[in-house]
Design a protein around this ligand. Structure first.
Ligand code: NAD
Length: 390
């Protein structure tokens, strides 16, 4: 029997090669007059930041373009100060998950400040209600495949007691209200970032398929996402300027992000957040190393959900068990990661073997890890996955 809860977020999505040209018209429709752009140096260098400046003219009143991976909290404070000084009424995140995360973090901080300053604190609409409108909304222009543009979530890293920890914040109001997917903006994305963020998108589909909160829409989006991502990713890696392949991979990332936005993730994502926050590993790289091992760990509990994904990857399902098909899918993912020259072992990205027990302990405390479809009752189970990946 089916039982599910589905939360929709009102978003306008504009997809298409050259769709950045529609930004000015969309901004007019939304009525934003004082916008701030959160981006990065590489997007300044490839001309994308200049294109936003031209499109918005004097409606762009501030730019923060230093965002580092995993969004350090001291940078959020810097960007927030700038946003307050310029009295912005909307934020644009353009770039990868970190740049989009920065726009969300500033939007959330402004919301919190205004909430505290307001004398009418007893709002009839809960501040985390999907119908509550943000006071300073987010526009997302993704140029990687990480999927943050579709979700009500961002991560921020914080230094405390000599340790770096990544926290995730979920609030419906930070879900971007306008998303512009322009495959042309991804033509210059370096092969390594293409590869690792493409695997991140694939991981969203895999964990959505076996999520304990999956629903018919997330499952449909995730399966289609697996097909498009595994079909287009090797082509984008081989020829970054193949616009048709870039278009298909971005469609796959949209589907993956759509699935991700509506379900809880599991062991794989919880572990990747710990590896990003505590060990400083780029999110896409952590995904590339962990995904085949997470699939294998969950195989006995999730083969019926993942077998269709094996089918979507082109693996024949006739004459073999779901477990065998999913085992082959895990091997294909591992081979795909290797064929794109991404690291395949934690030792190759500087994680000392001695750190594995502590990383397992941290992951054991993660709510995301505890949402794994196969129950995780001890840190030793996680350490086993980390050792396999080491
Ligand atoms: P990233 O944003 O950390 O880094 C991407 C890098 O690629 C940046 O240096 C950026 O400047 C560069 N880049 C981006 N587009 C480019 C282009 N077109 N040309 C050249 N360089 C370009 O990487 P990411 O993997 O996109 O995002 C990872 C971060 O996002 C992590 O912090 C992760 O936790 C978070 N994330 C959040 C969600 C969510 O739902 N909120 C989903 C996925 C990832």
């Amino acid at each position: 029997m089916s039982e599910f809860q589905y939360t929709g977020y009102a978003q306008e999505i504009i997809f298409g090669a050259g769709s950045l040209a529609r930004l000015g018209e969309a901004v007019d429709r939304f009525g934003w007059r004082r916008m701030m752009l959160c981006s990065s140096g590489s997007l300044r260098r490839d001309g994308s930041v200049g294109a936003i400046e031209s499109a918005l003219g004097d409606r762009l009143v501030a730019i923060y373009e230093r965002t580092q991976p995993h969004v350090p909290d001291f940078q959020v404070a810097e960007a927030l100060e700038l946003a307050e000084q310029r009295e912005v009424d909307a934020l644009i995140g353009m770039g990868g998950g970190s740049q989009l995360g920065m726009a969300k973090a500033v939007s959330f901080a402004l919301e919190e400040k205004r909430g505290k300053e307001s004398t009418h604190s007893a709002s009839p609409i809960s501040s985390n209600s999907p119908i509550a409108q943000p006071s300073v909304p987010v526009v997302a222009i993704p140029t990687t495949y990480a999927g943050s543009e579709m979700t009500p979530v961002y991560g921020v890293t914080r230094q405390a007691d000599g340790q770096s920890r990544k926290l995730t914040i979920t609030n419906a109001k930070i879900t971007p209200k306008l998303v512009i997917y322009d495959p042309k903006l991804t033509l210059g994305l370096p092969p390594a970032v293409t590869a690792s963020t493409g695997i991140n998108a694939l991981a969203h589909c895999i964990e959505a398929l076996y999520s304990i909160t999956r629903n018919p829409l997330s499952t449909t989006a995730a399966l289609s996402g697996v097909h498009h991502i595994t079909h287009a990713l090797p082509r984008c890696f081989a020829a970054g300027d193949d616009l048709q392949a870039r278009d298909e991979l971005l469609v796959g990332a949209f589907l993956a992000g759509s699935a991700l936005a509506h379900v809880t993730m599991a062991l794989h994502h919880g572990l990747c957040h710990v590896l990003g926050g505590a060990a400083g590993i780029a999110h896409g790289i952590a995904n590339s190393i962990i995904l085949p091992h997470a699939v294998r760990f969950n195989l006995d509990a999730t083969a019926p959900q993942l077998a269709p994904a094996a089918g979507a990857m082109g693996i024949s399902l006739t004459g073999r068990s779901a477990e065998m098909a999913v085992e082959e899918a895990a091997q294909r993912i591992y081979n795909l990661v290797g064929s794109m020259n991404l690291p395949q072992r934690l030792r190759d990205v500087g994680v000392p073997e001695a750190d594995l027990p502590q990383l397992a302990q941290l992951a054991f405390q993660s709510r995301t890890v505890q949402s794994n479809p196969k129950p995780i009752t001890s840190a030793a189970q996680i350490e086993e996955v980390l050792r396999a990946a080491w």
